[in-house]
Design a protein around this ligand. Structure first.
Ligand code: PXG
Length: 441
């Protein structure tokens, strides 16, 4: 028997964001992946409708990345990144910078989205301090925002279960904008909803309340993924940009999910034509082959920090694995695939196919909303009375058994396939979802 097919002892691993007991009672183990498909431990093929966790944008098992990793691993396994460097970390930074909006061409490497968020928040504080405005220490996040799981990220984030157990130890000076999701106005929107730009004006109220001189940065996901695919209303991000600019507040776009093609452009900033001061990245940056994250910083923000010190270290921040040789080799190989296969443009071409297929679920059982943008669709279900999230959890299991991997949060199913997805795979996955929804109470 192939050792992959033997279920190992499951007791030692404390699984992340998982109902551990339920999982261990009824485990789902993946043993392989290629292209659009996972292979489960029983040998069945499972269509990956979620790019892993929104990260395998070029599809699984890309040979160019495998080869780059093997070569790099043999040549240079690790090099310190403090007061030392290796050529690929510089090359990878240049390759990332080339995909960022104009002006955001200074790149700090991290290992994850959570670290990118903490890094961005610290850069914002350091920037204001370097300019003699060290009293700007407050951050403004948004309800239902997800910015990873570091203390910085959960403080500016707005997902209650992620915060409540730790609420006594969150960052002290944080406020939140209201989220923009409102089905009474925006149900079944195609693309950006028309209603809701005015919600950005709440930022003016928060500025009046706290005074601009105390606010370092506003951080939002341009399109919120984790909290259930919340698509920014037309004009909303533009208003946030105008208000932050007016008050000297930095605007951080958390593009951990939207970076690297998800919306059909390199970044959501490019897609929406709204340029923030800092962009956080991870996931698709390395096609998830090796953990990697990055922060793209406006050159003037970078320069203010660098030039504020005469000699010595300018920013006391960094990770042992910032710019790790394997991570940067994966970044270079991944960005090369995106460019050669023009995958961001491909995502833009497939977006209307996904939109059409998703909106066919409008009349499916339990569905109260379908929303979409780029290569993302959210399908919101009516919660089962007294058991929120139960329907999506059941749909997830049944779809998995029918050969489709879904992602769900609360009562929303999120679909975000690799950018290589084919039309018939999109059709197949939405028919399976419709069938499954029909069969659950
Ligand atoms: N910011 C955003 C916008 C994210 O979506 C992070 C930060 C944190 O990244 P790391 O690499 O530290 O996990 C994320 C992560 C889901 C799901 O189901 C989404 C994420 C992670 C796990 C599940 O939507 N996003």
């Amino acid at each position: 028997m192939n050792k992959n097919t033997v279920i190992p002892d499951l007791s030692n691993l404390w699984m992340p964001f998982t109902a551990n007991r339920a999982f261990k009672h009824d485990p789902r183990l993946i043993v392989g992946a290629q292209g659009m498909y996972y292979t489960s431990i029983d040998g069945s093929k499972i269509l990956d409708s979620t790019s892993g966790l929104w990260c395998v944008n070029a599809g699984h098992g890309r040979q160019e990345i495998v080869d780059a990793l093997a070569r790099q691993s043999a040549q240079l396994d690790y090099a310190p990144g403090f007061q030392m460097g290796h050529p690929n970390s510089f090359r990878a930074a240049t390759a990332v910078a080339q995909l960022m909006p104009e002006g955001l061409d200074r790149i700090f490497f991290t290992n994850s989205g959570s670290e990118s968020v903490d890094t961005a928040l610290k850069i914002a504080l350091a920037y204001h301090r370097a300019r003699g405005e060290g009293q700007r220490t407050r951050f403004i996040g948004r309800e239902r925002g997800y910015h990873g799981v570091g203390f910085g990220g959960i403080s500016v984030g707005g997902i209650t279960p992620n915060r409540k157990a730790f609420s006594g130890a969150l960052l002290p000076s944080v406020d939140h904008l209201r989220h923009t999701h409102d089905l009474s106005h925006n149900a079944f929107s195609h693309g950006q909803p028309a209603w809701g730009a005015h919600l950005a004006d709440e930022l003016e109220e928060l500025v009046s309340l706290h005074d601009a001189s105390t606010i370092a940065a506003v951080i939002v996901e341009p399109m919120a993924g984790s909290a259930g695919v919340l698509i920014p209303p037309l004009g909303y991000l533009e208003r946030l940009r105008a208000i932050t600019e007016k008050h000297g507040i930095l605007l951080i776009f958390d593009e951990v999910i939207t970076g690297f093609g998800r919306l059909g452009a390199a970044t959501a900033s490019e897609f929406f034509q709204v340029t923030p001061d800092i962009i956080t990245l991870a996931k698709g940056i390395s096609n998830a082959a090796v953990p990697c994250g990055a922060v793209a910083v406006r050159r003037s923000v970078h320069d203010a920090i660098i030039e504020s010190v005469d000699t010595g270290i300018e920013l006391f921040h960094g990770y042992t694995y910032s710019g790790h040789p394997l991570a940067t080799a994966a970044v270079l190989a991944t960005l090369d695939i995106y460019r050669r296969e023009d995958l961001f443009a491909r995502a833009a071409v497939m977006a209307p196919v996904l939109e059409k297929a998703a909106h066919r679920l409008q009349d499916a059982r339990h569905v109260v909303d379908v929303r979409n943008l780029g290569l993302v669709a959210g399908i919101e279900l009516e919660p089962r009375p007294g058991a929120p999230g139960a329907r999506t959890a059941e749909a997830f299991k049944r779809c998995f058994d029918s050969g489709v991997l879904l992602r769900y949060t609360g009562d929303t199913i999120a679909v975000s396939p690799p950018l290589i997805v084919e039309e018939d795979q999109i059709e197949q996955l939405f028919s399976i979802i419709a069938e499954v929804l029909d069969g659950i109470d």
